[in-house]
Ligand binder design. Structure first.
Ligand SMILES: Nc1ncnc2c1ncn2[C@@H]1O[C@H](COP(=O)(O)OP(=O)(O)OP(=O)(O)O)[C@@H](O)[C@H]1O
Length: 576
């Protein structure tokens, strides 16, 4: 960042003082010193009119920077407008513009620049328009992406509900909130424009004599590269240095902006925390909502508190929002999802364990585990390796030192899942979020992994949020069960009450659909008729009502709140 800033500052100074200081020298024709190489009088040699090349490089700085600035400005303005248009245009127009941007982004930038430059005419104007055209798609895509991420925010939804016109929403709510990353991108685009313009001039498509920029000087010098390579060196170094300077500065600014805003949850959920977090809880979430643009809200108003050493099961059918809840807890909701919550308190480190063993097939297991400790805790390679082998031993991988040297495919599915749990244990997690960790495993191995999780909890005191569609597995492992349906919690109860004390018809149906010893295995399993509504189709009333034998008119019209039913037992049902 500092180096970038220094280079850019030096370039600005050069652009200001260059032409007045060395302007005359750069234009002074000297027929006695034509096409010379480097000498004391001309450190970078002379050109075909005997003009001093060092002076010309120093003078060309201003013109080069101005062209780059102009090209960047054109690219940024056109790009931002193109990127913002879909938000204000009617659906068809929006689709057309989005398609156009997608096509332009896929088109190689330099080809686009050359195409436009040739159409616009050879010379500085053509080159600037060409490079501007090459920069625009990137800006358009960035604007679109950023605008979509803001579009789901509460204040934009509120404005939309109040009937504020689209153009005004864009100008007042969307653009100001995405200005910062756009401006940061400008600096990097400027570096790209400098290099692009040099490239255009170098191809003979840019600045034409008698004007000259660094690209043009490079073009002229290149013809003599075998005789006097130093004449090409000056402009080449200038272009490279300027490009690097702007890119370093841009990178530095982006990093600084990110550091200033470390938590994305805060960025998207600016609401104050009205309730104090339970200080002992390893997780305290209130009114968690995960939304996607277009009014899709797969997780709604979910509250969950987990204390140290607790194993809490989150259970529900596919699509009920379990994985998104886990992702929100881990801060991993995929783009363009937006997380909102009145409180999201994590009382320590969170480790995530996924169903698909999250191991890179190309790398050795031990190395992948070690990397966590090297990057996160700054351990030396040897220390990290030692810790990895220790953790692999803790999850009972036979011969941990050898397992560490294996590639994932050399381990069985159960062993891979153990290795992933070991990876979670590389730090000191207070909460392990395990999303369907045993679903891909056969029943025996599944039992072993469940036993291991219980053992980890007993030994480390960390808590587990265990996510599964299988209420039997949850019943076997967990202390407490949270049942989700269509994005909401419908029941929360201690596991010992599961068999006889479940109050919500959906929980009861899940339990009833389980096979037991008396079930006639030749008959199909009892299943719940009907389907869970998609997030966009959840209506006013209880989402389970259409499938519920007990449903009344009230259930269809009015959503039952989650209320206390007994000690540590809450239910959302009018009929419970
Ligand atoms: N990136 C996304 N964009 C839009 N909708 C999404 C996205 N990811 C998930 N959803 C929606 O959210 C709903 C809940 O998804 P989630 O993965 O949390 O469900 P789940 O209960 O974990 O199901 P499964 O057991 O199949 O993983 C789904 O109906 C899906 O349509």
């Amino acid at each position: 960042m500092r180096a970038g800033l220094a280079i850019v500052a030096a370039l600005i100074v050069l652009a200001i003082i260059g032409p007045p200081l060395w302007g005359d020298q750069a234009e002074a024709i000297n027929s006695a010193a034509i096409l010379q190489g480097a000498s004391a009088a001309h450190p970078l040699g002379t050109d075909n009119l005997g003009r001093d090349l060092l002076a010309r490089v120093l003078v060309a700085g201003r013109f080069t920077l101005m062209l780059a600035l102009l090209a960047t400005a054109i690219g940024a303005v056109v790009g931002t407008v193109l990127g913002a248009l879909p938000a204000v245009l009617p659906r068809k127009g929006a689709r057309f513009v989005t398609g156009l941007v997608n096509a332009l982004v896929a088109f190689p930038g330099l080809l686009l620049a050359m195409f436009v430059a040739v159409i616009a005419g050879l010379g500085a104007k053509g080159a600037v328009l060409g490079i501007g055209a090459a920069i625009a798609p990137g800006f358009a895509r960035l604007t679109q992406t950023l605008a979509a991420s803001v579009a789901g925010a509460d204040y934009v939804s509120a404005a939309r509900m109040l009937g504020v016109p689209r153009g005004r929403i864009l100008a007042r709510h969307v653009l100001p909130n995405i200005a910062e990353p756009l401006i940061l991108n400008l600096t990097q685009a400027m570096g790209g424009a400098l290099l692009g313009l040099a490239g255009m001039s170098f191809l003979g498509l840019g600045v034409q004599p008698p004007s000259f920029d660094w690209g043009r000087l490079l073009f002229d010098g290149f013809a003599r590269i075998y005789l006097t390579p130093e004449v090409a060196l000056g402009p080449a170094v200038a272009v490279a240095l300027a490009g690097i300077g702007f890119n370093l500065l841009g990178d530095g600014l982006v990093k600084k902006a990110r550091r200033a805003r470390p938590s994305t949850d805060k960025a998207v959920a600016p609401r104050p925390e009205p309730v104090a977090a339970d200080p002992e809880a390893v997780l305290d979430v209130r009114e968690l909502t995960v939304a996607f643009p277009g009014g899709v809200t797969p997780v709604r108003e979910l509250s969950l508190t987990i204390r140290p050493g607790e194993i809490v099961g989150l259970v529900g059918e596919s699509g009920s929002g379990k994985s998104l809840t886990a992702a929100a807890v881990g801060g991993l909701v995929p783009y363009p999802g937006v997380v909102g919550a009145s409180l999201l308190h994590r009382g320590g480190e969170v480790a995530m364990v996924f169903q698909e063993p999250a191991l890179n097939p190309a790398l050795k297991v031990g190395g992948q585990l070690a990397e966590v400790a090297i990057v996160r805790d700054g351990l030396s390679r040897a220390e990290a390796r030692e810790r990895a082998i220790d953790r692999l031993g803790r999850v009972h991988l036979p011969d941990p030192a050898r397992s560490a040297k294996s590639h994932p495919h050399e381990l069985s599915g159960g062993m891979r899942q153990r290795a992933v749990i070991a990876m979670g244990l590389m730090g000191s997690p207070k909460l392990i979020v395990a999303d369907e960790p045993t679903t891909a495993l056969d029943v025996t191995v599944q039992g072993q992994i469940l036993k291991l999780l219980r053992e980890v909890v007993d030994q480390t005191g960390s808590a587990v949020l265990f996510i599964s569609h299988d209420i039997a597995v949850v019943g076997e492992l967990c202390d407490r069960v949270v049942v989700m349906y269509a994005g909401r919690v419908v029941e929360e109860l201690p596991v010992k009450e599961l068999a006889a004390g479940a109050a919500h018809p959906y929980t009861r149906a899940l339990i009833a659909s389980l096979p037991d010893m008396e079930t006639d295995r030749s008959r199909p399993l009892a299943s719940i008729p009907g389907r869970q509504p998609a997030p966009a189709d959840v209506g006013e009333g209880c989402a389970f009502a259409p499938r519920c034998a007990l449903a009344t008119e009230r259930c269809a019209a009015e959503r039952p709140p989650l209320t206390v039913y007994g000690p540590a037992h809450r239910v959302a049902c009018w009929e419970a």
